[in-house]
Write a protein that binds this ligand. Sequence first.
Ligand code: IYR
Length: 233
Amino acid sequence: MSSVYPSPETAAKYPFVPHPFEPLDEATMTKRANEFYASMATRRSARVFSEKAVPRELIDLAIGTAATAPSGAHQQPWTFVVIGDPETKRKIREAAEEEERKNYEGGRMPEEWREVLEPLGTHSNKEYLELVPWIVVAFEQRYSLRPDGSKQHHYYVKESLGIACGMFIAALHTMGLTTLTHTPSPMKFLSHLLERPASERPFVLFPVGYPEPGSLVPDIERKPLADVMVNFP
Ligand code: IYR
C-alpha cells in the first residue's frame, strides 16, 4: 500500500477524505461500459431543432454534471450562461449570422476550411439559435480576482473547459436532449451581449433542445477503434 499521498506535511495543512469509490464486479463493469458506449454511439449533433419546451431543471442538471469535471488545480475555471429569453436569443442569432456571413459569403473562410465543411452543408443561416428553448454558452475564466483585487491565474483552462463541455454533451444526450457544439467565429460578441467580465472568454455556444422530428443529419461514420487507438509497445 502506498503511503506517499498525501504527505504528512500536506495532510497537516489541508483536509483529506476517503476516496468515495464504489467497486463493481467485472460483469457489472462490462454491462455498464457497453450500455454507455451504445448510448453515446447514437449521439448526433443537431442543426435542425424543434421549438418544443425543455424544463429548466434539465438544463441545471446538465450544467451541474459539466461542473463535476476535473480541472487544473481544481480551479473550476468555467461559467455557463443560460439564455431562454427570446429577445436575447434573437440578438445572439443576429450577431452570429453577421459574423458567419463574413465567413461564408464575405470570403473570410479559407478555401481549405470551406472544403472540409462542404459535406456538412453548413451555412450562415443560424435559425436554430432562435428556435431552441435554451442556449447555454460556456465561458472560460482565464483568471479570478482575489479579495485584494489582484489576479489569480488559472491553469489548463482550455483542457478543463473541453472536458466539462464533453460531460455537458454526454449529460444532455443521456437525458434525451440534443445540442450542437457551435463556435460562431469570432465569438467575442457573446462577451458584450451577455455582459461577461474581462476575465472570461466565450468557449462554446450550445443550442439545446430536441431535434425537429424527421430532420436529417450527415450520413457519416466514426473512425473504428483500430484507427484511433495505438497499442504500445
Ligand atoms: N462557425 C461556422 C463554421 C463551422 C466550422 C466548423 I470547424 C464546423 O464543424 C461547422 C461549422 C458555422 O457555425 O457555420
